[in-house]
Design a protein. Structure first.
Length: 379
């Protein structure tokens, strides 16, 4: 199995863009899963149900029973690690030995990424069922690959978005509030990264995606705290869907040229440290937003970035989003560990280099240790 060589890709000629914008069908609302059952029968007859977390194993058993009652054969399997090559090999073997003709990914971002990539590689239809609003992975035509130990390795562009996305409010609402806070930070990064990498683009579609990211950010600034305080409320629905759906739509419209920048590069660097593996994806990305703004302030001389960082800090602190190395569990990290983060985040192919100025590992280290006070030093 070679996930970097998809079965069907389109290489557009110069000046032509190819966009995988959205799932073929999106079902959202408190009864979305029930509505999805007949749709799933149209996609396949034998579903490989992929999950991972022990906390959702009971839910997956419940969904499996409902699939069987609806007339679908079901084979259940689970990731042993994150979305990694070893796990994908095992999933492919399960799919082929069971005769599955549909991949159904139920879980968080890494499960959804694994399900999408598996379906892409085997040429099968794919349905995603997020169990939290922590990421927009249920929407996108992209999968992130990690090592078995949880370190980011690379991302893989997929031929298309999922065939069906089921965003059932009842399922998502069962997730811990921390996952929604993480999703808020991850979704906010759309604006802070795209406005830097693509804000000056003359491409109308990209311009529109960037402005959508700004509107998304503004909505989250206004309603994030209310949503977390009132699960199931109208504000909660708007924020959860903004994180799980709208953020993915922005990425689909903007395409590869509406890029991630330093916030996600910092996330990728932090995953290289085992001590950060308990920190959620969006929590690392949120910290990365603060680091990016600090870089813009230190190296780009941007007072707007300094103002934006000061605006975000109290909100992130109230939401529980890490704003310092100590919040990430790295308060006593060695200089060598922090340098490892910075070296990985600054590799030649890193998205960090979409910033409009050069960044070297020492520059990033200075920003890492000064997201709040500007004078912290590594241990």
């Amino acid at each position: 199995m070679n996930p970097d060589q998809p079965p069907a890709t389109i290489t557009p000629p110069s000046g032509t863009a190819c966009h995988a914008i959205a799932p073929a069908q999106v079902l959202r609302g408190p009864g979305a899963w029930a509505l999805a059952l007949p749709q799933l029968r149209q996609l396949g007859r034998h579903a490989l149900l992929v999950g991972r977390s022990r906390s959702t194993s009971g839910l997956r058993q419940q969904l499996s029973g409902q699939l069987s009652a609806a007339g679908l054969a079901v084979t259940c399997t689970a990731l042993q690690h994150d979305c990694c090559d070893d796990d994908l090999e095992q999933l492919a073997q399960h799919a082929q030995s069971s005769g599955a003709d549909l991949v159904l990914a139920v879980g968080g971002g890494k499960v959804l990424d694994a399900g999408k990539l598996l379906a892409h590689t085997l040429g099968l239809p794919c349905a995603t069922v997020p169990t939290s609003a922590a990421t927009c992975a249920g929407w996108t035509a992209l999968s992130n690959i990690y090592s078995p130990q949880g370190a980011f390795e690379r991302d893989v562009a997929l031929a298309r978005c999922p065939d069906l996305l089921v965003f059932d409010h009842g399922l998502v609402a069962q997730a811990p509030p921390r996952t929604l806070a993480s999703g808020i930070a991850d979704a906010m990064a759309k604006w802070y990264e795209a406005s830097v990498s693509s804000g000056g683009s003359s491409d109308g579609l990209i311009q529109q995606a960037v402005q959508m990211a700004r509107v998304l950010r503004d909505q989250l600034l206004l309603e994030a705290e209310t949503a977390l305080a009132t699960p199931g409320s109208e504000a909660w629905v708007r924020v959860a869907e903004a994180c799980g759906l709208t953020a993915g739509l922005i990425g689909g419209i903007g395409g590869a040229r509406c890029r991630t920048v330093a916030a996600h590069a910092v996330h990728n660097g932090l995953t290289q440290l085992p001590s950060c593996h308990g920190v959620l994806h969006g929590e690392k990305v949120g910290f990365g937003i603060l680091v990016q703004l600090r870089l813009e302030e230190l190296l780009g001389g941007s007072q707007l970035a300094a103002q934006a960082r000061r605006q975000l800090l109290p909100l992130f602190q109230r939401l529980g989003i890490p704003s310092t190395l100590a919040d990430l569990g790295l308060g006593q990290a060695s200089l060598e560990a922090l340098q490892q983060v910075c070296q990985f985040a600054c590799t030649p192919d890193s998205d960090l280099h979409h910033l409009p100025f050069a960044v070297e590992p020492p520059d990033l280290l200075a920003a890492l240790v000064s997201t709040t006070s500007g004078d912290r030093q590594p241990a």
